[in-house]
Design a binder for this molecule. Structure first.
Ligand code: NAD
Ligand code: TYD
Length: 357
């Protein structure tokens, strides 16, 4: 008999959000066994989990979610009763250059996990009882908004980038496994996250890193696109409450009620960084450079997260300025982390590719 009350596979636990979810679960639920299954792509880094790697209730397994034999072997080894699925290719610009990699991991990988979880649980003594498959998805599946309105859980899917199309597809497969096979699923669709351990190809960490190094700050198009930003630890808390208390077969939107135009956000970051680095105000803003826009660039995302608040009592804990300051402090104190995770040459890669079209 296992001494653990629950054995959970967290996929993608070495990535940005996954590492925060692993940390939260390992530190909060000492009776659970948390198994981080991650292929360690360019975006996965075990340095993100140094503080929990020796915890008695934590294990790491290097595994690719598209590899059926490897995932089956993990189910046999640990007899998981739950999966929290975060592993994905997650960067829109990469999806424009190499869409098939996104189909492989995000679609085939998800279906592979669904298949194996279903088979394994259907053959277990207790069948689907007490089992849980949580799928972590994005607000980008809903498409692009104009100036008005919000995405709700009823908004029709309208993905427009290869990344969001692959996530939308994975969401549909998750719901299909619920309806067809009674797999006990629950799903979340979250807005843009920011915080520590964010790979510096995404807007906020890229800008922080470039300001530190006096490099240009590439703002796509006119910088008028709007994103709704949520502190990553608030997202991890949302995943915790949805995993434990969300209704089976339901999806929950997660968002920060915190919309920013990219250019305003970059200016705010420049101001915070000037103060932190002891530079005269206005120094970093001079690095802003408008560059070729991302093809098909979604204009605005805005999440209505009232269902999650109403049903499960979740709301964001941090004001944006406070979260951003914490994030900037973390990056300034962890320069070595950035050096280790970056190869250095990707920053302008996408603009060069778009400009050639
Ligand atoms: P990330 O790119 O930082 O991390 C992805 C992780 O998955 C990495 O550790 C990587 O090694 C792993 N991985 C990739 N392919 C794999 C494979 N084939 N097998 C096993 N592991 C693999 O991503 P993130 O920003 O932490 O996002 C995590 C999840 O949350 C994704 O599903 C993403 O779609 C979703 N999401 C992200 C955001 C955001 O703002 N970043 C917002 C909403 C939802
Ligand atoms: P990103 O962090 O890639 O997240 P997503 O595309 O999933 O929303 O980008 C956030 C916004 O910032 C998006 O509108 C694209 C824009 N952006 C830039 O203007 N410059 C950049 O260098 C990057 C990476 C993004």
């Amino acid at each position: 008999m296992s001494k653990h009350t629950r054995t959970i596979m967290i996929t993608g636990g070495a990535g940005f959000i996954g590492s925060h979810v692993v940390r939260l679960f390992v530190n909060t639920y000492s009776s659970y066994l948390v198994v981080n299954a991650d292929a360690l792509t360019y975006a996965g880094n075990l340095e993100n989990l140094k503080d929990v790697e020796k915890a008695a209730n934590y294990r790491f397994e290097k595994a690719d979610i598209t590899d059926a034999a490897a995932i089956e072997a993990l189910f046999e080894k640990y007899a998981f009763d739950a999966v929290i699925h975060l592993a994905a290719e997650s960067h829109v610009d990469r999806s424009i250059i190499d869409p098939l990699a996104f189909v492989k991991t995000n679609v085939l990988g998800t279906v592979n996990l669904l298949n194996i979880a279903r088979r394994y649980w259907a053959n277990s003594e207790t069948k689907m009882e007490g089992k849980r498959f949580m799928h972590v998805s994005t607000d980008e599946v809903y498409g692009s908004l104009g100036e008005e309105g919000f995405f709700t859980e009823e908004t029709a899917y309208d993905p427009r980038s290869p990344y969001s199309a692959s996530k939308a597809s994975s969401d549909h497969f998750v719901m299909a496994w619920y309806h067809t096979y009674k797999l006990p699923v629950v799903m979340s669709n979250c807005s843009n996250n920011y915080g520590s351990y964010h790979f510096p190809e995404k807007l906020i960490p890229l800008m922080i890193n470039n300001i530190v190094n006096n490099k240009s700050l590439p703002v796509y198009g006119k910088g008028e696109n709007v994103r709704d930003w949520l502190f990553v630890e608030d997202h991890a808390r949302a995943i915790d409450v949805i995993f434990h208390n969300g209704r089976t077969g339901e999806k929950y939107n997660v968002g920060g009620f915190n919309e920013w135009k990219n250019i305003d956000l970059v200016h705010l970051l420049c101001k915070i960084m000037d103060a932190k680095l002891g530079r005269p105000e206005g120094t970093s803003a001079k690095l802003i450079t408008y560059v070729t826009d991302r093809p098909g660039h979604d204009m605005r995302y805005a999440i209505d997260a009232s269902k999650l608040n109403r049903e499960l009592g979740w709301k964001p804990s941090l004001q944006f300025e406070e979260g951003l300051e914490k994030t900037v402090d973390w990056y300034l104190q962890n320069g070595d982390w950035i050096k280790h995770v970056t190869s250095g040459d990707y920053q302008h890669y996408y603009q060069e590719q778009y400009a050639k079209r």
